[in-house]
Structures are given as C-alpha cells and as structure tokens.
Design a protein. Structure first.
Length: 304
C-alpha cells in the first residue's frame, strides 16, 4: 500500500488563493499521493472570516484531499482575533521575528485554546547563506547567527507555555541540534525539512538560476550531508515538498530580485524513495512517520 502523505508547508501557484489555483494544486496533490495539506505561509495572511470561508468553500470542491486550516496569529503588527476562529482551524501560524510581546500573546492563546503553533524561523532576506560559495558569487550572504537566535527564542516560548510548535525553515546545523536537545529535554516541538534541501547544495547558485532560488537558501555540500545524517539518526520529524510554483514572469529579471520558490510536486513519492529509501538513509516505516504520522500527532489527530 502506498504511503498517504500529509504536507504542512505548501502554497498554490504564486501564493494566490483562487478557484483555479486551488483546483490545480489539488490535482497535483492527488497525483502525488498527498491526502492532507496546509498553507501556513501564504503571502496574504489568513486572518479573517471571509478568507477562511473562501478556503473552506474551495477545499470542499476537492473532497479527495483535506485542507487543514491555519490562521496567521499576527499581521501588520496586529493580533488576529484568534479565539473567534478557534473551532475552524487546526493551528496558528507565526513568524519568529514577530514583536516579542505579540508572540507571547499568540502563545497564550494557543495554550488557552489547545492549538499547536507553526513557526517560520526568520533567517534573513539574502538569497544565499554566508559561505565560501557566497564569497565566490560576490553576494552578501545571510549570517547563521540569526537563525540560531530565533530558534532559541521560540524554543523558550514552547517550553514556557507548553505549546506544541512545528519549526519550519530551519536548515542550520547548530539550530537543528538546539531543537533536538530541547526535544530530549521534554519540550513538545517538531522540526521539518524539505526534500529540496536534502538534494541540492549552494553550488547550484553559481549560474544564477532564479528557478533554484529558495527560502531558506541551500546549505553547503558538507551541511547538506549533515542534514541527511539527521534524517538517518531520526532527528527530523517531518518532510515537506515545500511546493512553491512561481510564474516565469515572477522568476524573470535578476537573481537577486526574482521571487523565492521551487516546485516540489513532481513525482514526490518516487523522489522520497530515490533520495531516502534506496540509499538506506531511511526505512519505509521511518519515512511514513516523517510524511504522515508525525503530522497527525502534531495536529492532534493521533496520540503520541
């Protein structure tokens, strides 16, 4: 029996929620054996009734794949009326660089409403990480300290408020180690990696191909191998396609100015098999945990 995938980090084409974009996305999801998904990082934050209703209506048109609703906790430095929508959502989304006091309030709401939090860890806006290769490219890279500091902050929030948190956008080796240490100490947190970051390294940027531009950027080859080591050591909880289909018009122009995003829904089950199962980096049982079981546990659909 094929593994039924749940992916908690997907976007429709160009990040736009329309009838056609959701229908096209649903078709790709079904083709790739994805039965459930979430769109926490939409460019237009989901924070009101009309947006939630639109998504509910569109998702009901595609009953073969389940959309788990998520609301953005803070947008434009204002708190969303989280409690109003608590019965309609599965999680709250925040970015780690949100104002500290607002972050605390979001965690308080999550604690009160018994909802998990998805947090995109902010690591910067630069298109590559700082490394020898960024120097060769002549591009100022993201420093690695930001990701580690932001990760520490959210770990402490999760620990203090006792709220389950899914970390998205973390690829720094030391930051991942911090998350795993906190997990060993009993903090209820999960970490997600994309299949892209297990395949590519930052040498792909040498030809300035904007279609390979992704957030977070790719790591060095040595660190890419370390990410695979984390998979093999059962230190990664979830995998994502990190599907971001971007129109050619949004990818045109300079490498620096083009939009972040890569397509991830192209023979995804086969890709998982080729990258993880055949090289014996992961077993089928562990792959199932990373692609569906841990997602269900995080969303409180299964008990740990």
């Amino acid at each position: 029996m094929e593994n039924k995938i749940i992916d908690l980090n997907i976007l429709p084409k160009d990040g736009r929620v329309t009838t056609s974009s959701i229908q096209n996305l649903s078709k790709k999801l079904i083709e790739n054996n994805i039965v459930g998904y979430m769109m926490p990082q939409l460019p237009q934050p989901i924070n009101n009734d009309s947006q939630l209703t639109l998504l509910e209506t569109l998702s009901h048109q595609n009953p073969n794949v389940k959309l788990y609703q998520v609301i953005t906790g803070v947008s434009e430095n204002k708190l969303t009326e989280i409690a109003t929508f608590s019965s309609r959502i599965s999680a709250i989304f925040i970015q780690s660089n949100t104002d500290l006091q607002l972050l605390k309030v979001v965690f308080q709401y999550a604690q009160m409403l018994n909802l998990p939090i998805i947090c995109k860890i902010y690591s910067g806006d630069e298109v590559v990480f700082e490394s020898e290769n960024s120097f060769k490219l002549g591009i100022v890279g993201r420093d690695r300290l930001t990701e580690r500091i932001e990760t520490d902050k959210i770990i402490e929030m999760a620990k203090y408020f006792k709220v389950p948190v899914l970390f998205q956008g973390v690829t720094d080796i030391e930051a991942i180690q911090k998350i795993n240490q906190a997990k060993e100490n009993g903090v209820d947190i999960f970490i997600e990696l994309s299949i892209h970051h297990l395949i590519y390294n930052d040498e792909v940027y040498f030809d300035f191909n904007s279609f390979m531009k992704i957030d977070p950027p790719f790591q060095t080859e040595n660190n890419r191998k370390r990410l695979l080591d984390f998979i093999q050591a059962d230190k990664i909880d979830m995998l994502t396609s990190l599907h971001r289909e971007i129109s050619a018009s949004e990818k045109s122009g300079s490498f620096q100015e083009s939009q972040f995003g890569m397509e991830g829904l192209n023979n995804l089950p086969k890709l998982y098999d080729e990258v993880l199962i055949k090289p014996s980096i992961s077993s089928k049982t562990e792959l199932k945990k990373m692609t569906s079981i841990n997602q269900k546990i995080f969303l409180k659909l299964l008990k740990n």
